[in-house]
Design a protein around this ligand. Sequence first.
Ligand code: PLP
Length: 386
Amino acid sequence: MKTLARSAVEMPSSGIREIVHVAMTMPEAIRLEVGEPNFSTPPHIIEAAYRAASEGFTKYLPSAGLSSLRELLAQRVERVNDYHVTMEQVNVAVGGVQGVISTFLALLNAGDEVLMPDPAWPNYEMGLLLREAVPVHYPLYVENAFIPRVEDLEPLVTERTKLLIINSPSNPTGAVFPEETIKALVEFAQKHDLYLLADEVYDEIIFEGEHISPALYDPERTISLYSFSKIYAMTGWRIGYVIANKEISKTISKIQEPQISCVSSVGQKAAEAALTGPQDCIREMRDSYHERRDVVVDVLKEQGYYVYTPNGAFYIMVDISDSGLDSRQFALKLLEECKVAIAPGTAFGNYGRDFIRISLATEKNLLLEGVQRLCQYIKHLKAERG
Ligand code: PLP
């Protein structure tokens, strides 16, 4: 038999999935590894989808998305993100995941270099490798609260560099980049004539500070990624969207066709209901994540493992270097011995290797118990090493 596609065979699988698969065999495990709200989708959104399906709204739709939804999304960007777009600049995608893939397909040729954060959401790397582009990692240091610094990016630029990816609020760190950092990154992209992919899927989950969209400063070169998954607790509905200049947007609409044809019709109706219905659910969920963040930070302080405070999204990184284990081994042993599942920092890149990621999207008491067990286990391993 002939060989399979090299890019597919060589693409690494997600380091979080490995833990998920073991955790799924342990019903008693405390699950702090997945990046998924523990809340249900608000009922008015579910009802809208049900109504649409009952009324026969079950056919193919245009590949860029329903015009009425694209119009509402343009309005949402104006209201929440503070910049002006027209509906032609909006493409509805199968979650942020597929929005990223379409962006890569629209912008990149094989061999193009892409600056991406490390630690980062693993799908950037996977998508780039599938596209046969070259991921070039720029470091995010805990000493700088995981905020990128232009001086760390400068030496990584070559003639092949085409795209800079930034993600704030960040997965896995929860960092929210201040305005001066966003401005500096946009200026850096301008200086080297790079496209800028701004992953803003957590834009309304902010505890301190303000979310600043890079498109405010350079709407032409910025491609902005958004999603219903995290903000409205709609992960399984698979609805996201990409905002870009008209040329990129037209190209993305064209390439949506062979990939997905269109996003689910009832899902798009649910998304419309999310945008036009009451928005209190966003605040309520954000307040819960905020409260849990504070509780976890307190425990880490008490136990001597506090290093920084995440200001958004729903994650916190914990330094486990005292354990003497690499974070993958640590995650597997913690699960086996203490029945707590967390995401190993190695799943997010080399600079994450001394850390594990805890998801705050878990009920408060379980979260607290999980973090206590985690801290005790690091102490136990440290004592064992003497
Ligand atoms: N971007 C980041 C930083 C994420 O963490 C995720 C999901 O975990 C996504 C994009 C994509 O989410 P979805 O495809 O559910 O919209």
